[in-house]
Design a protein around this ligand. Structure first.
Ligand code: SF4
Length: 655
């Protein structure tokens, strides 16, 4: 039996470190690395499922080409020839911008950057801007702090109070959940603020059921109450912030009754929460990504940042607004070949405009789409429209391990390797501050299933001048080279536990990366982007229907672990709402929106407030995917898809 080191490549906060056990040539077990300072020996089911996916009978092993008679297996060499021919044809006839590369972070690992490097070498292509995940909050913190940094998890044990705001780590981050439970054991109070009574809320000391999309109103009302009571941290504000007075005056001008009413909470309840937060000294906030999936997503996170800054809970032990933790993208040399210089013809459109752009872009039109690390025909909103637009493109290529909803609509499907079949460097920009080297646990059936080598061979086939022909290990060493300036060699990453997080407290040096060098209540960068310079109270969409909330399933990252799930998708709504419609819990019902309709099994749940339908994201088309109901709208400037601004009706199934 042999054991190797590997880390989870799923798009998750925790980036867990694994011990992978191999018996002969077969991987037999994945478990958490007990010695890893962050992983501490435990992982979640999604991590263990890498093994099921490695040996799944549903895995694609050969490239598939669409023919009139359906998909036909072809060799990797044929797939390379077809793709090379198509790219050359479209570049010659229409220019390289006629090729659209869509990627997400479905499978992490820095070697996946080679896809972008490849497309840079062909002269630049079309890409999408905006996020399906965390974009509005990232933009918000970039305005306020100049960058996005979080505290080490253990630092929360210096807090007196922790607000878990719109986040459900019970399902999405097992290490944050464990840290919260340890904090509660130590007597630190944990309050969950969320429209849904999540499993995290049930385990917390206290729960505040705020109306969906009104987190901004709650944060602003709390901040104003704190200022009215003279509880702001005057020293911190004077020494380290910019624009406080302007923001304070703005808050004073807001209609407090409207703010309070918007939250669905009582004035006393908000005041109690505000006073408790201000008095805690210090208190930490752990916001999630759901609360920025609204039209006011940027301003919501900015208002929460401003609440913490007003109390001086920035740069101190036990404080912070721990949204994410970007440590490595600016240190690593992710494009060591300077390929960006070749990408003279790049262009982009906003992700919310996916369908319009595909159907309407001219000069040149989109002729070819290449999809990697993503399943957009499952994850994009207004899916019926998106699928129509996608299908209208002449040639579509998808790289995936499985026949996903996107692959099934493609013309060429290239099977790719499982994480256990590939070596890589892996890090998270969300929570875990360690960078890991992934050893290969098993050989892929064909080396070209590793996208790094597929794109290298594609470049060779096309005769792309100057394209790097490095072996992957050489490339990874070049990427990691700048870490030597932090005192870490590539061997250190391979053999030990490496983090560049020198300070466990974000911004403890008070050197903010904003233009003023201070925390910015008022941001000229935001203003230059067309936003109000300070956080602005913007109300979310109002609608008579049920707001559709679609967070992650506990045992699946997006759509990846819904393969093999039988039956139709499940939804939850308040029992009272179901009874009004004469629908029994567990009955089959129709969910209908402006965008489309799906059939679900609907259950009554007291955890879901009136006027809300709760479903997990990731259900496949065959189950009933909620994205057939969602609207293609975004946060303020398109940074984030505003999935939660979608409204549905619940209708009885027709007999
Ligand atoms: S999905 Fe997240 S919590 Fe689960 S094993 Fe992977 S990194 Fe760890």
């Amino acid at each position: 039996m042999k054991t190797i080191k590997h880390a989870c490549t799923l798009d998750c906060w925790d980036c867990c470190s694994f011990k992978v056990h191999i018996d002969g040539c077969r991987v037999v077990k994945i478990e958490g690395d007990r010695d890893h300072p962050y992983t501490k020996g435990f992982i979640c089911n999604k991590g263990r499922k890498h093994l099921d996916r490695l040996y799944s009978s549903q895995r694609l092993r050969k490239p598939l080409l669409r023919t009139e008679g359906g998909f036909k297996e072809i060799s990797f060499e044929q797939a390379l020839d077809i793709m090379a021919h198509k790219i050359a044809h479209y570049v010659k006839e229409y220019g390289s911008q006629s090729i659209f590369h869509y990627e997400e972070s479905g499978s992490g690992g820095v070697s996946k950057c080679m896809e972008e490097i490849f497309f840079n070498f062909i002269g630049g292509i079309t890409k999408a801007k905006g996020s399906t995940c965390w974009g509005a909050g990232m933009k918000a913190q970039a305005y306020d702090f100049g960058n996005v940094k979080g505290h080490h998890l253990d630092d929360m044990h210096s807090s007196k109070l922790i607000l878990v705001w719109g986040r459900n780590p019970h399902s999405t981050s097992v290490h944050l959940m464990a840290a919260l439970q340890e904090a509660m054991k130590r007597g630190i109070k944990v309050i969950v603020i969320d429209p849904i009574r999540t499993e995290t809320a049930k385990k917390a000391d206290s729960y505040v059921q705020v109306n969906a999309s009104s987190d901004i109103a709650l944060a602003m009302a709390m901040t104003r109450m704190i200022i009215e009571e003279g509880l702001e941290d005057k020293g911190f504000i004077k020494n380290y912030t910019f624009g406080f007075e302007e923001y304070r005056d703005y808050l004073r001008g807001l209609d407090m009754d409207a703010l309070v009413e918007s939250t669905g909470l009582g004035c006393d309840e908000i005041k109690g929460l505000a006073m408790e937060y201000a008095a805690a000294k210090p208190a930490a906030i752990y916001p999630g990504y759901g609360l920025q999936k609204y039209k006011n997503g940027v301003n919501t996170i900015r208002a929460i940042d401003a609440l913490a800054a007003t109390c001086g809970y920035i740069g101190c032990k036990g404080g912070g607004v721990n949204y994410a933790n970007r440590l490595y993208p600016e240190i690593l040399s992710l494009d060591p070949y300077g390929s960006a210089e070749h990408a003279k013809n790049s262009r982009s459109f906003m992700l919310r405009d996916f369908s319009d752009a595909i159907e309407e872009l001219k000069d040149p039109p989109i002729k070819m789409i290449v999809i990697s690390k993503a399943n957009p025909m499952n994850q994009l909103p207004d899916l019926e429209r998106a699928q129509r637009a996608f299908s209208s493109v002449e040639f579509k290529v998808t790289f995936d391990m499985f026949m996903t909803d996107t692959a099934s609509l493609s013309d060429l499907v290239i099977p790719c390797s499982n994480t256990l079949e590939t070596e890589d460097l892996i890090y998270s920009s969300m929570n875990n501050p360690y960078i890991s080297f992934n050893e290969k646990a098993s050989e892929p059936e064909n080396i070209l299933m590793d996208e790094y080598y597929f794109f290298r061979e594609l470049a060779r086939n096309m005769g792309i001048k100057g394209y790097p022909m490095d072996e992957k290990l050489e490339y990874l060493k070049k990427v990691a080279k700048p870490l030597e300036n932090c005192g870490y060699s590539f061997e250190d990453i391979k053999n030990g536990y490496v983090t560049v997080e020198g300070l466990s407290v974000a911004w403890s040096d008070m050197k903010f990366q904003t233009p003023s060098g201070r925390y910015e209540f008022v941001s000229k960068r935001a203003e230059a982007d067309g936003l109000c310079a300070h956080p602005e109270f913007l109300v979310g969409e109002k609608n008579a229907g049920f707001r559709l909330i679609t967070p992650h399933e506990k045992d699946s990252l997006f759509s990846q672990h819904f393969f093999g799930v039988e039956g139709i998708s499940k939804a939850l709504a308040s029992p009272e709402e179901l009874s009004k419609r004469n629908i029994a819990s567990g009955e089959t019902a129709r969910l209908v929106s402006k965008a489309g309709e799906i059939t679900v099994q609907i259950f009554g749940s007291e955890d879901v407030p009136m006027g809300t339908v709760y479903m997990n994201t990731g259900w496949h088309k065959s189950h009933g995917n909620p994205n057939f109901l969602t609207s293609s709208v975004s946060s303020e400037r398109g940074e984030q898809l505003a999935y939660y601004e979608s409204f549905v009706e619940i209708l009885r199934q027709k007999n």
